[in-house]
Write a protein that binds this ligand. Structure first.
Ligand SMILES: [Zn+2]
Length: 240
């Protein structure tokens, strides 16, 4: 999927990189087409999100054990929590990228430097807004929230295909009324109708975060840009 493609593009030439889930396609409601299976069969290395977020690949991982399967969720012990969006965790990402680089006989240190610089930048721009509360669209950001020390107050939905219950909506409206939330974040792949329904005319800033990083290109710098742009968007919306 695209965010893993951003990581892989650090050491894989563009012509050798095939992205199974293109930009804007969410893993939450995806199923493989026959052409995807052809691409999988042609691949030597499959860099994937693991069985929780990419269940459509689990069967193939068992069926083709001779291919190199690099599962970013297998580095979960490096993250602070268990959440299947492991590309949001910098330590898990660095470890997975290093295994990919080592497998290809490439150097991982350039990626590491770029990511460290992106983290430094993120911490600098987010520092003044660390205490400011926000709602995200779905629970995709927990690694980032914990690693950057941010104040995520809630999410409109656990996974995008689920609508929140009445009690959740009521709680969110109370938190908004109480002034605990400075910004609510939409996601580009999903209709903002849910956000509009919950927020109504309560005074709060609106921003957009994209856990897939569709705004970032598949380049050596793609993942670092994914991080810095996410920090910029969050800081912009959270700044009074
Ligand atoms: Zn998700």
């Amino acid at each position: 999927m695209h965010p893993l493609g951003l990581i892989a593009a650090s050491v894989v030439e563009r012509e050798n990189l095939h992205i199974l889930l293109q930009k804007g396609v969410s893993p939450h409601d995806f199923s493989l087409r026959p052409s995807d299976i052809d691409h999988l069969q042609e691949a030597d290395i499959i860099f994937w999100g693991g069985p929780h977020i990419e269940p459509y690949l689990s069967g193939f991982a068992r069926r083709w054990p001779d291919k190199v399967w690099i599962d970013i969720s297998s580095f979960s012990e490096l993250a602070k929590i268990k959440d299947p969006h492991y590309w949001m965790s910098v330590p898990a990402t660095l470890a997975a990228q290093k295994v990919l680089a080592d497998t290809l006989g490439k150097d991982s240190s350039d990626f590491q430097r770029r990511v460290e610089a992106a983290v430094e930048y993120s911490d600098r721009v987010l520092e003044p807004v660390r205490e400011r509360g926000f709602f995200v669209f779905h629970r995709a950001y927990d690694h980032w929230v914990l690693e950057r020390g941010l104040n995520q107050v809630g999410a409109f939905t656990l996974t995008p295909e689920q609508k929140p219950g009445m009690r959740t909506v009521q709680l969110m409206r109370e938190q908004l009324r109480a002034g605990k939330v400075a910004c609510v974040f939409r996601e580009p792949e999903y209709s903002p109708a849910l956000v509009v329904t919950v927020v109504g005319d309560l005074p709060v800033k609106h921003g957009e975060l994209d856990p897939q990083g569709a705004y970032a290109d598949l380049s050596r710098d793609g993942y670092a840009y994914f991080l810095t742009e996410m920090a910029d968007r969050a800081a912009n919306c959270l700044t009074p």
